[in-house]
Design a protein around this ligand. Structure first.
Ligand code: HC9
Length: 517
């Protein structure tokens, strides 16, 4: 029994070859643990599933309570509170949403070791129901089982494998330069040698331009003054899609659809807008590809590469490309906004990062891919942002085998969630968690199952490498050109709209570093 509890102690960084192959050789496939209380030592008595503390007996009463606490927007705070009340493990049922929640990195290791061959996260029913309703295929985000695995293997090679990252960097660098030029122009227009604004709309456009240029090998032109209204509509639809998803985590969307609820109607409208724009982009590339013959001279983007590879059906490709495009806007832009907010609050740290970037620039003669290898503190800043302001409030898996966590037996098939937001702010996990300290990621202190902003293992975020490169390149360009400041010392909290967002607009001031141009 004890042998099962001693978890695999290798560092969290997964070799990319492993992601590429999805080998599960590192996991020990053990037989079911025997649940037998050990009376010799009271601390090791294995308690049953029904003994896990928490409120899980009356889903409807809990849903009412949750709604009273404005839980639809406060899920992250409620989770922190629950860990305070119940300890490092609790069971919960809200409406029809049942889970076991954990907070410790060591327990996260046990959870992910039990994810099995076909890791499965919470099924977001609103998203699958929309696809069923409109007769559209699931992409790799929503697929499960062998269908997921075979698609994911092919996509890994074109999207997350280090070999293709080199193709993305020049595309992303160009978008970064255009963003900087746009900010310089705005500063000039202001006539005050600075620009004070809520950057979120600009960052949405930066993120969409970036992910589109990687997916389609083409620019949408969102760094210009007049942008395609369809692209703006796409951006608005993503925000609406996320917002309308959260209530449907707790109330079955099929029910809401039957009674004609507004939230379901808005959700359908949002996805319709998203698919309309994605279909349009995909069709353009598809048409161009059929006109051209021979192999292209320059990198043609992820979509064209997948079409030429001819290993996935066109419908499968479309489904996953749409997910990547929709998943790559709010996630990266909000992470960048939080990072700028933290840099504005920490001017000395901002200077340190700027110095690191300047040294990296000098050492690599401006070769961006080389530069990306020389900016550990910038990378630490992004990790630190995702620790305090994670996009996802939790990571979850339906476990493939029985496990024992905190001495409780949890049967196979249970939905187990790691409270990522709560973990990032837990003083038992991170020393002085309230402080923004990118350097904590450089030190030798353990990072074991602590950096999980993009999830873990073969089911982790497929867009991870694109997002990381896009955000690093953005920060490099911003640090080289502007100082970021903020007005007053107001603390901005998060609100839950499926992803975590700033609860109110963040106003930042950008000042040019080197006089006016
Ligand atoms: C939300 O309790 C809270 O880029 C729920 C559990 C849960 C399940 C799935 C998670 C979701 C949470 C947060 C948002 C995630 C989603 C899975 C993918 C999505 C992490 C934690 C990313 C933001 C994707 C979205 C892609 C989509 C728009 C095509």
């Amino acid at each position: 029994m004890m042998a099962r509890l001693s978890v695999w102690r290798s560092p969290v960084t997964v070799p990319l070859s492993w992601i590429g192959e999805l080998t599960t050789g590192v996991r020990c496939s053990s037989s079911m643990p025997i649940v037998r209380p050990a009376y010799s030592d009271s601390s090791s008595i294995i308690r049953s599933f029904s003994e896990i503390p928490g409120l899980w007996k009356n889903g409807m009463a809990n849903l009412y309570h949750f709604w009273k606490l404005d839980g639809f927007r406060n899920l992250h705070h409620i989770m922190v509170q629950n860990f305070n009340t119940f300890g490092p493990i609790y069971r919960e049922k809200i409406g029809h949403y049942e889970s076991v929640n954990i907070i410790n990195p060591e327990d996260a290791a046990i959870l992910f070791k039990a994810e099995g061959h076909y890791p499965k996260r919470l099924k977001v029913e609103a998203w699958t129901l929309y696809r069923d309703y409109r007769n559209r295929k699931y992409g790799v985000l929503l697929k499960n089982g062998e269908d997921w695995r075979s698609n994911r293997l092919i996509l890994n090679k074109e999207v997350i494998c280090p070999k293709v990252l080199g193709n993305f960097v020049p595309l992303l660098e160009e978008v970064g330069q255009d963003f900087v030029a746009r900010v310089h122009k705005k500063i000039k227009q202001s006539g005050q040698n600075k620009w004070t604004t809520d950057l979120s709309q600009e960052l949405f456009k930066y993120a969409l331009e970036s992910v589109s240029s990687v997916l389609y090998g083409e620019r949408l032109g969102l760094m210009l003054d007049y942008i395609d209204p369809d692209a703006q509509h796409f951006i608005d639809c993503i925000t609406l899609m996320f917002k309308t998803t959260s209530p449907m985590l707790f109330i079955p969307p099929a029910l809401l659809r039957k009674i004609g609820a507004k939230v379901w109607q808005d959700h359908v409208e949002a996805w319709d807008g998203i698919f309309h724009q994605a279909d349009h982009c995909i069709y353009n590339i598809y048409r161009e590809l059929r006109k051209e013959s021979g192999t292209p001279k320059k990198y043609p983007g992820v979509l064209a590469s997948l079409l030429m590879l001819d290993k996935l059906s066109i419908e499968d490709i479309k489904a996953s490309i749409t997910e990547l495009m929709a998943g790559g806007v709010d996630t990266t832009s909000i992470t960048l906004l939080w990072t700028l907010y933290e840099l504005a609050r920490h001017p000395k740290l901002q200077d340190e990062l700027r110095a690191e970037v300047a040294a990296a620039r000098a050492e690599s003669q401006g070769d961006m891919q080389e530069m990306l290898k020389r900016i550990p503190l910038v990378k630490g800043a992004l990790k630190e942002t995702l620790r305090l302001h994670p996009v996802a409030v939790s990571l979850q898996r339906y476990i493939a085998e029985d496990i024992i966590i905190q001495n409780y037996h949890i049967p196979a098939g249970t939905l187990v969630q790691l409270g990522l937001y709560a973990m990032g702010r837990d003083p038992k996990v991170f020393s002085r968690p309230e402080q923004y300290q990118p350097s904590r990621w450089l030190r030798t202190e353990t990072h074991y199952f602590r950096s999980l902003g993009f999830g873990f293992g073969p089911r982790q975020c497929l867009g991870r490498r694109i997002a990381e490169a896009e955000m690093q390149i953005f920060l490099i360009h911003m640090l080289e050109n502007f100082r970021v400041e903020k007005q007053r010392h107001v603390e901005v909290k998060s609100t839950f709209e499926l992803i975590l967002l700033p609860e109110k607009p963040i106003l930042l001031t950008l000042k040019p570093l080197h006089g006016s141009r």
